[in-house]
Design a protein around this ligand. Structure first.
Ligand code: PMP
Length: 409
């Protein structure tokens, strides 16, 4: 069975005392470490790869097979329905930009303002709704907005927030959107590493995610979903592979349909295969056990934070709302960037400080009265995020490090 053990989990760093400690990587939400399944898949292909869809030799032919098999695995991972398209992209940002350009002319997009910039900025004609204080008010806010819009509509929503880790009630929102004839896009960049992302269960028409947050290396992502708009749209990357016939006169050509239409150029075979290997490993894994591990770490983090009064967990819907292994902290009276730097230097812990490419949300959650530097004078937060290779000891070290960094000397 492909292994989900994390590579490089024993990386050591030296503290100012001279002591060498295991690096506590608590920044999985930015990029997760690679797992063995991905490394094995790459290692297996390295000695024999060739150009996908381009060549008659054994290398090219077997690479084409490997690439299309990877697509099949991703289709299973996303619960793609017959006729759906699975497109390999560079990452989530790329996938969402691709889809945004494929919308029929005049489409209105509806979004909440808690989104990552990748899901806030690419969309045409956006109607932006403030996230209400309670998750139960989300549906009413969406219903009211949809009632004012005519023509094609797309709701684009995150599966789990990259700032608070909160899992969004995607299914409920999708049902409301569909009742109004709208389509639904789920930004699953933070959901996919932690929960199943089945298109049918989510009620989504499209789902997007990144390999590098899913324990695979950088450079490959996915857009999966309904084919009709994608087949009707101009190719995202015009060029070789995206076209089936080119005549002598400009414009005399036939674009490909299916994934090929938007995958112009030589594809990232190793990235796709590594990403698919992780999908396969996750499909075979005991997801309940992974979920329980993460929830155990969350509980341990909360218990630890209770001993650090200067650190306050921020959330949109309250601390009891379901969340993945991501927690952001407001540090009143402290600069999150400085605290993160000290955690790294003095304790061998990797976290992230700032606004996490979600400025409207972090501005709101960090509050105007709090200190911190994000380059533009906006207060920031400190984010702790974890997953497969994280341990209780990582969490305890973080708590101890925070206590040391935040306690007046
Ligand atoms: N959406 C969310 C919720 C994210 O957390 C991120 C990455 N931080 C993205 C989209 C963009 O992912 P990528 O940088 O891999 O394109």
């Amino acid at each position: 069975m492909p292994s989900l053990s994390v590579i490089g989990d024993d990386l050591k760093v030296e503290l100012p005392s001279g002591e060498a400690v295991r690096f506590a990587h608590l920044d999985y939400a930015a990029s997760a470490p690679c797992v063995q399944a991905a490394a094995d898949a790459i290692q297996d292909l390295l000695p024999r790869y060739g150009s996908v869809h381009r060549g008659a030799g054994i290398r090219s032919r077997s690479s084409t097979v490997a690439y299309e098999l990877a697509r099949d695995v991703v289709a299973e991972f996303t619960g793609a329905r017959p006729g759906d398209t699975v497109i390999f992209t560079r990452n989530t940002t790329d996938a969402l930009n691709l889809l945004a350009r494929a919308l029929p002319p005049g489409t209105t997009t509806v979004q909440f303002d808690g989104e990552h910039h990748a899901n806030l900025l690419p969309w045409p004609n956006p109607v932006r709704l403030p996230v209400p204080a309670s998750p139960s008010a989300l549906g009413d806010a969406l219903r009211a907005a949809l009632a004012t819009i005519t023509g094609p509509v797309v709701l684009t929503v995150t599966g789990a927030s990259n700032v608070t880790g909160e899992v969004w009630p995607v299914r409920e929102l999708a049902d409301i959107a569909h009742a109004h004839g709208a389509r639904v896009v789920v930004d699953a960049a933070q959901l996919a590493p932690h929960r199943p992302i089945d298109l049918g269960d989510l009620g989504a028409d499209y789902v997007a995610f990144s390999g590098h947050k899913l324990y695979a290396p950088f450079g490959a992502g996915v857009l999966a979903g309904r084919a009709d708009w994608l087949d009707a749209a101009a190719p995202y990357l015009a060029g070789g592979g995206a076209v089936t016939a080119v005549g002598d006169r400009p414009g005399d050509l036939t674009w490909a349909t299916g994934a090929a239409r938007h995958e112009g150029g030589t594809p990232n075979l190793l990235g796709a295969v590594a990403l698919a290997a992780v999908c396969e490993a996750l499909l075979a894994a005991d997801r309940t056990a992974l979920h329980d591990h993460e929830q155990h770490l969350l509980a341990r983090l909360r218990a630890g934070l209770a001993t650090v009064p200067a650190a306050a967990e921020v959330s949109l819907f309250g601390p009891d709302h379901p969340r993945v292994g991501i927690v952001s902290l407001a540090l009143p009276g402290h600069d999150p960037a400085e605290v993160a730097e000290r955690l790294g230097r003095e304790h061998g812990i990797g976290v992230r400080a700032g606004q996490f490419c979600a400025h409207p949300l972090t501005r709101r959650l960090s509050g105007a009265d709090r200190t911190g530097s994000c380059g533009d004078g906006t207060p920031g937060l400190l984010r702790v995020s974890f997953g497969l290779g994280s341990t209780g000891e990582d969490i305890d070290r973080l708590t101890a490090g925070l206590r040391a960094a935040l306690t007046p000397q």
